[in-house]
Ligand binder design. Structure first.
Ligand SMILES: *Cc1c(COP(=O)(O)O)cnc(C)c1O
Length: 509
């Protein structure tokens, strides 16, 4: 350990929050033992205890703010029980809901270390090593997906924030006036944004909150593979230009939230060039899949983007929260976000400039979320991610094929690591029911039953009016065994529900 000769008062101040080394060790070692056991035992647990908010609230006991303190050891005994026995576990091998990954254990240790040192990664002077680790993480993420490592970037809390940063850079750089000073409306012209109908809801928030307005979002039709229709896109741009609106941004998605579809990114890039529009790729889910040797040309098109959002807390398996924005021209983030108030003395030397992350995004004080991402990349390397992402996709294909072998199930889509399907009782067409509407109700109820069963967890998608079950495997703990179990669980629950639901549906016909 490096040590200085600086004066030290050996009589430490008695502060209620201080933990002396012996106590910290005792509580910490015990906690680490419990976490190790918890992680090891995850496959034996139910995915979720499915308790009501009311019951959970009762567990928390008195709702009064504590007047006095309690020993840390007692608190951890209590809180480990609360968390281990009353949580939904996205680290369980059969958790496939939404796009939420199992978390790499090294990330938990990284967060522990990061919080212990507690650098403020807003300014390099306050976080000398952490700021450089974040900068290196950003270069490595760019390397991982084949984006120029000279890009700018910043880690944020997740995909929404990462997309917001791209949106704001586009607004700043492509608006033909200065939105910082003049706001957005100039001579009744409207800045307009193009997204496909499958785009994640972040765009609703961005359009409403950043002054563009919801009616300026052009929701472009998708084809039968849930990809943006290029002709419809270009036609809408031409129409808007003719009506003297101000197109400035096209968002392409690399892995839609519903079915994992990848928009035709190279073609969208070409359209953006032609009309001088910012090309942003929402790769919150799918961007890391470009690391695979057999990645599609469509997906590789993300490398042409002006900005990319990706989510280490999805397919890089970082614990929540970790999102990332990459911007081709690093100056664009500074132009969008940088200010220099008099009370900050953060400017480095011209010959050795420092990176002050408060100038690259929305946050000022910032935590060290880069550490867990950086350590994950170092622990397994590019090869490790190629293996895990490739395995997730192979398991999703295996699920799709297994579903196809059951006459009671209908497999509908398979993209990246998302498979959608539904339960279809075999004798249904012989009834007088409106089949599609009954199937939607049946599968919705089935989803609710499955989610609360704790046996497995999937979410839902709506494709061409069909209510579907949707399994998204971003989970390095999932095995073929787990995947093969899912159709059996779904059929058992589906039959139970159909037996009760169908007579009622026939009666109310
Ligand atoms: C998950 C997701 C988002 C939102 O990301 P968060 O991390 O939940 O904020 C945005 N876009 C896509 C395509 C996503 O999959």
């Amino acid at each position: 350990m490096s040590s200085s000769n600086l004066p030290v008062n050996l009589n430490k101040r008695e502060s209620p929050l201080e933990m002396h080394a012996d106590e910290f060790r005792k509580v910490g070692y015990q906690l680490v033992d419990q976490i190790a056991e918890f992680l090891d035992g995850l496959p034996h647990r139910s995915v979720t205890p499915d308790e009501s908010p009311q019951k959970i609230r009762e567990l928390l006991g008195t709702d009064r703010l504590p007047e006095n303190g309690s020993p840390a050891g007692d608190l951890f005994n209590e809180v480990t029980d609360l968390l281990f026995n009353h949580s939904l576990f996205n680290g369980h091998p059969r958790f496939w809901g939404y796009i939420t990954s199992s978390a790499a254990p090294i990330g938990a240790l990284a967060d522990f270390l990061a919080s212990s040192v507690n650098p403020n990664v807003g300014a390099a002077k306050l976080s000398p090593i952490a700021s450089e680790i974040e900068a290196q993480t950003i270069r490595w993420l760019a390397d991982l997906i084949g984006y120029p490592r000279t890009c700018g970037g910043i880690l944020v809390s997740g995909g929404n924030m990462a997309n917001f940063i791209g949106f704001l850079a586009a607004r700043k750089l492509k608006a033909p006036w200065n939105p910082d000073k003049q706001g957005l409306s100039v001579e009744n012209k409207r800045p307009v944004v193009y997204v496909s109908k499958e785009t994640h809801t972040w765009i609703d928030k961005a359009a409403e909150l950043f002054g563009v307005g919801a009616t300026s979002v052009r929701w472009i039709e998708t084809n039968n593979k849930q990809q943006m229709d290029l002709e419809a896109l270009e036609q809408q741009i031409v129409t808007d230009i003719a009506e003297e609106h101000l197109p400035f941004l096209v968002v392409g998605t690399a892995g839609t939230v519903g079915t994992g579809a990848i928009d035709p990114l190279p073609e969208i890039a070409a359209i953006c060039k032609k009309y001088n529009l910012w090309f942003h790729v929402d790769g919150a889910y799918g961007a890391p899949a470009v690391v695979l040797p057999d990645a599609s040309i469509q997906l590789k098109g993300l490398r042409e983007a002006d900005s990319i959002a990706l989510d280490p807390h999805k397919w890089l398996y970082s614990p929540l929260e970790a999102g990332c924005t990459l911007v081709r021209n690093p100056n664009h983030l500074l132009e969008t976000f940088s200010h220099h108030p008099v009370y900050y003395n953060f400017d480095g030397k011209d010959e050795d400039p420092s990176i002050n992350y408060y100038e690259f995004g929305l946050q000022n004080s910032r935590g060290f979320r880069a550490l867990k991402v950086w350590l994950g990349l170092r622990q397994v390397g590019r090869e490790g991610y190629v293996q895990m992402i490739g395995d997730d996709i192979a398991l999703s294909h295996h699920l799709f094929e297994t579903i196809g072998t059951y006459p009671e199930l209908q497999a509908v889509t398979q993209n990246l690591s998302i498979t959608t399907f539904r339960f279809v009782p075999q004798d249904l067409t012989k009834t007088s029911l409106n089949v599609e509407s009954y199937l939607n109700k049946l599968n919705e109820e089935l989803l609710n039953r499955l989610q609360s069963s704790g046996e497995a967890f999937v979410s839902n998608a709506l494709v061409e009016g069909k209510y579907l079950l949707r399994a998204c495997i971003v989970n390095f703990r999932t095995t073929r065994y787990d995947v093969e179990l899912l159709p059996q669980i779904v059929i058992r629950l589906g039959k139970e529900i159909d037996t009760k639901m169908r007579p009622v549906a026939l009666q109310t016909l």
